[in-house]
Design a binder for this molecule. Structure first.
Ligand code: 5GP
Length: 356
């Protein structure tokens, strides 16, 4: 083996359930280890706001994509939601030749094609510690509608079937720990934390919990308040159904404050995440889970979910206030200081949950 062969970097495919935190793990891995580089794919889909050509993707026309494909410039390619995506062979191979480990963030079909084209590629599948964590992350980030969350959970259930084709299953408990574990697998510096069989067994149990959760949601039975975790079930008291009745006592039948239990699930999960993020859980010795505390806060009226009408009114008031401040900057500064002083910790909890 020549010196050059020895220095060649590895090709690494990282996949995982939507919401598992894969992007954050990849960023942490690259921050800690500059020898990892991210492969930028080509796509025919339009750039989303904030995306930069050459950073997230090379945004190309269908004609250019077809040309590159005919020229054999893709290591693998796929069609996803009617748009083409492809991994540029040149970039991957030249960076590997320089000794970099190249990371591909591609969907599972592409991952399996990479393995066929490059059997030495390492395929890693990231799973959460339990179904509860995935559900809480997807609902807690508040960026998806109920249908989208259910779609993503269903996709996770489906994808579980292909995990056996991956080389390793890694559990994402803590971002840096996961990034370090991936590095250890790539460099061979430490054995996997879980054997593949253990990882697959955990993935299967998560799939079973997700399926049970979705069945409950479908039946409109009681998500009533239980959220799965890998170790135990967190009982929510009062139940989401009871909370819904209580909250809607402030609305009317035609204009209820919340239209579904899901808004409460989203709202309390968001508040729970906020408590963790702002260090509230570390300030005091809480034996309870943040989600239980959030439910209690809601029950006791310490946080509130606003109806659409209330939200619109509050937003208009805030805008009027801001406009007034612009009209008189000196007064505005004072008002701002006073508002900051009066703002309760975690003011964001007053944000409404938007019904979709
Ligand atoms: P998005 O349009 O949301 O950025 O990506 C859609 C899907 O395409 C994601 O699952 C992403 O991982 C996958 N993807 C992105 N680039 C490639 C690629 O070059 N090849 C394959 N097979 N999938 C890709």
């Amino acid at each position: 083996m020549s010196q050059n062969d020895k220095a060649k970097g590895r090709l690494l495919v990282v996949s995982g359930y939507s919401g598992v935190g894969k992007g954050t793990v990849i960023k942490a891995l690259m921050k800690q280890h500059p020898e990892y580089v991210f492969s930028v794919s080509a796509t025919t889909r339009a750039a989303r706001p904030g995306e930069v050509d050459g950073r997230e993707y090379f945004f190309v026309t269908q004609e250019t994509f077809a040309e590159w494909l005919a020229d054999g410039r893709f290591l693998e390619h796929t069609t996803y939601l009617d748009r083409s995506y492809g991994t540029p062979r040149d970039y991957v191979e030249s960076r590997q030749d320089e000794g970099c480990h190249v990371i591909l963030d591609i969907e599972v079909e592409g991952a399996l094609n990479v393995k066929k084209a490059c059997p030495e590629a390492i395929l890693i599948y990231i799973i959460p510690p339990g179904a509860g964590e995935l559900i809480e992350r997807l609902t807690g980030r508040g960026t998806e509608t109920e249908e989208q969350v259910i779609g993503r959970l269903n996709k996770a259930i489906e994808e579980t079937a292909v995990i056996p084709s991956y080389d390793h299953v890694v559990v994402n408990r803590e971002v840096q720990e996961t990034a370090d574990e991936i590095d250890a697998l790539v460099t061979g510096s430490a054995p996997p934390r879980l054997t593949k069989e253990e990882g697959l067994a955990l993935a299967r149990s998560i799939r079973a919990d997700l399926a049970a959760y979705l069945k409950k949601v479908e039946e409109h039975d009681t998500i009533s308040g239980s959220v799965f975790t890998d170790k135990e079930t967190t009982m929510i008291h009062p139940s989401y159904s009871e909370l819904m009745t209580k909250i809607n006592a402030n609305g009317t039948a035609e204009d209820p404050v919340v239209k579904s239990r899901y808004s409460i699930v989203m709202g309390t999960a968001k508040r729970a995440r906020q408590m963790v993020d702002n260090g509230y859980m570390e300030q005091e010795d809480h034996s309870r889970k943040p989600l239980s505390i959030a439910v209690e806060e809601l029950d006791e009226g310490r946080i509130r979910i606003l109806s659409d009408a209330e939200y619109a009114r509050m937003k208009a008031e805030k805008e009027a206030e801001r406009a007034a401040r612009f009209a008189d900057p000196a007064e505005g500064e004072e008002a701002e200081e006073a508002a900051e002083a009066a703002e309760p910790e975690g003011g964001e909890e007053k944000e409404p949950e938007q019904e979709n």
